[in-house]
Design a protein around this ligand. Sequence first.
Ligand SMILES: *Cc1c(COP(=O)(O)O)cnc(C)c1O
Length: 375
Amino acid sequence: MSEQLPLSAPSFTEAEAQAVADVVRSGWLTMGPRTAQFEQEFSQFVGSKHGVMASSCTAALHLAFAALDLGPGDEVIVPSLTFVATANAVAYTGATPVFADIVSPEVPLIDPEAVRALIGPRTKAICAVHYAGYVADMKALRQLSDRYDLALIEDAAHSPGARSEEGPAGSLGDISCFSFFSNKNLVTGEGGMCTSDDEELVRRMRLLRAHGMTATSWDRERGHASGYDVIERGYNYRPSELEAALGLVQLGKLPAMLARRRELVGMYRAGLERTPEAGFVPFTAAQDEMSSCHIMPLVTPSNEERDRLRAAAADAGIQTSVHYQPVHSFKVFQPQAPLPITEDYAAREVTLPLYPAMADSDVDRVLQLFAMVNA
Ligand SMILES: *Cc1c(COP(=O)(O)O)cnc(C)c1O
């Protein structure tokens, strides 16, 4: 039995262990100075004025939709080709997620034309997902959001360090939401962040993050406040200092981790171009250079071939996945209109291992699978 090749793995060294130990020794574990520093450094990295760290990206998305005052009767247009959290976070507010199709299997990003067709009197916002780390067409989506007076949100869970002609992911929406979950590009275990240039939305998200209280325990610890009022029905979406400390170390390594991800995607793309019968890699080599290369998707010719390839990979000790089961197909969101391009893509897509510590030989090992399967 050959060694297991995982789908993803965080890049941790002694620096992360030390940073966490420092927090433990400091005696202050909940949201405090490290959180503030990470918010400042991360938002600067993604080209945004403010950061609001949260306990997860799901929490960050909920804070974003809540700060926009969404509620029952409102609709938010989201892609179906995403993690379920994008749509769940809309539903937490009482609003309804409305699912838009993707452009094509080659460009599996929310289609602005499909979005336009779904805009109606109840539509309040559009939430784009930068699938696999490739930035959606934010220029076209911004034109729509301006024209119909809608909020534009980025679910940027895949995309710290990604950019488009318009600028970096994190600076292209009214609010952008990032994930630091264990399989994402920047890892703090659990954790997320909203970035925004809008002072009022930021104030609102900070309030809702901590129970709607006018002062946090860190304010009180520092003697900045003695009492507090509760002025909104908020949540406990606070991050911990342990996560913020990990985030600060990981942020320092992010450019190098991104460079390695892009290198690996380049190797995969070149290798897979030699076996076109196995399928194709979405997007283009030029777009890889602007992507955060979060996952490595391959579109196989058919659903049967996809499943055969996944079985062969499992036999060879290579972990694969599917991104994603379309969200509009889940029971909790039924009934829904069909989304043919999303459904076709999801039936044929397989996600191959990709993480910064992967060796060149690991990519070769995956590529050999195609030689075997096609033999
Ligand atoms: C991972 C992910 C989320 C949720 O992130 P958590 O931090 O795990 O809550 C949301 N949207 C997308 C597109 C994701 O990939």
